[in-house]
Design a protein. Structure first.
Ligand code: ZN
Ligand code: ZN
Length: 362
């Protein structure tokens, strides 16, 4: 196929805290080693809300910024030195743009790059007409994998990296704290370690149906039992959840924290519990390039099945309603909310009806 024009069009721009607008955005042509992607699906998450509201640690964002760090799309242009991609290829793109030369990058800890840059955080994200990136960040989706599913690779990679830093034994009793998409993905992905049970502890009773769809054995909105779990995954991003996680871990248990609790928020550390229970507590930030590649492999092979966790789809113009829904408890189950930037692209039918946020408005 011949080279296409770099797409231009409206982008969801955060001008500063509390100031979100649709703004015309023109794309950047691919340099020799780069690829231009036309985004199709962009997932929204709590971190987007923190960026919109100005609650994220300022070291990890900048304004103005095109929102969108969970996404999939199709190749629109390839640089002259790129041979592994063709126009129209369905792809996902690693958002963490490691510098590749610092000591963290060189040792594979690209999530800890000393020159942190990330699409949708410090670099313009995907809720716009195009994204131009180095080809080594681009991963092709297998034929038959819905593009909508690709938009969940980012949160799944965050989860996979966090689970990977633990030493999870087969037949472990696992507790995931949280009831959002990251927690639901954790409940699904931890099955790869053959746990005995996977319980989910959340705050919203209406999420029970999604917990079941993710494969959790039990879902509760009550305080989880003390000293009951070999492995506890804190995926709620709340300080109270951190305290619950430490209490719920059994002696010699492991706790991993992957939720972002908000800049400056502190949890009470139950020191005696940590010491007397001989706990191993880990943090896990974002994902490495390795975790990303593994996650894409799991999606392409069918081992990762994120589409049942998508509950809403909205067009780009409906961003205000989508952001509102993200921050409001309606009593209805809420999984991933996707912005559909190309709602008329019939070839990207996910083969699974995605509920529309505002049906009458389409
Ligand atoms: Zn996110
Ligand atoms: Zn680096």
């Amino acid at each position: 196929m011949s080279q296409q024009e770099v797409p231009s069009g409206p982008a969801l721009m955060v001008r500063g805290p509390g100031e979100v607008v649709l703004e015309q955005h023109s794309g950047v042509a691919a340099a020799a080693g780069e690829v231009v992607i036309e985004p199709h699906f962009v997932g929204l998450c709590g971190t987007d809300l923190e960026i919109v509201n100005g609650d994220l640690d300022p070291a990890y964002t900048r304004y103005p910024l095109v929102l969108g760090h969970e996404w999939s799309g199709r190749v629109a242009q390839v640089g002259t030195a790129v041979s592994e991609f063709a126009i129209g290829d369905p792809v996902v793109v690693e958002g963490v743009v490691g510098c590749l030369v610092c000591s963290a990058c060189r040792s594979g800890r690209t999530n800890m790059c000393e020159n942190y840059d990330e699409l949708g955080f410090t670099l313009d994200g995907a809720a716009g007409p195009s994204v131009t990136v180095p080809a080594h960040l681009v991963h092709r989706l297998a034929d038959g994998v819905p593009l909508a599913a690709g938009a969940l690779v980012e949160p799944a990679a965050v989860v996979l990296r966090a689970l990977g830093v633990l030493q999870i034994e087969p037949a472990s009793r696992v507790l995931v704290i949280g009831d959002g998409t990251v927690a639901l993905l954790a409940a699904q992905l931890v099955r790869m370690w053959s746990p005995a049970t996977v319980d989910l502890a959340g705050l919203r009773p209406e999420q029970k149906v999604l917990a079941a769809a993710a494969g959790a054995d039990a879902f509760t909105v009550d305080q989880p039992p003390d000293n009951a779990y070999d492995v506890v995954v804190e995926a709620a991003g709340a300080t109270a959840a951190v305290e619950s996680a430490i209490r719920a871990a059994r002696p010699s248990g492991q706790v991993v924290l992957l939720g972002i609790a908000g800049h400056g928020n502190a949890a009470r550390l139950l020191v005696d519990d940590v010491v007397n229970k001989d706990l191993r507590i880990r943090g896990s930030f974002s994902y490495t390039a390795e975790a990303w590649a593994t996650t894409v492999g799991l999606l392409n092979s069918g081992a990762l099945r994120p589409l049942p966790l998508v509950t809403h789809r909205a067009r780009l113009e409906q961003f205000a309603a989508a952001l509102h829904l993200l921050s409001t408890a309606t009593g209805e189950p809420r999984g991933k909310i996707l912005l559909d930037l190309r709602p008329d692209a019939a070839d990207d039918d996910p083969g699974h009806p995605l509920p529309d946020l505002m049906k009458g408005d389409r």
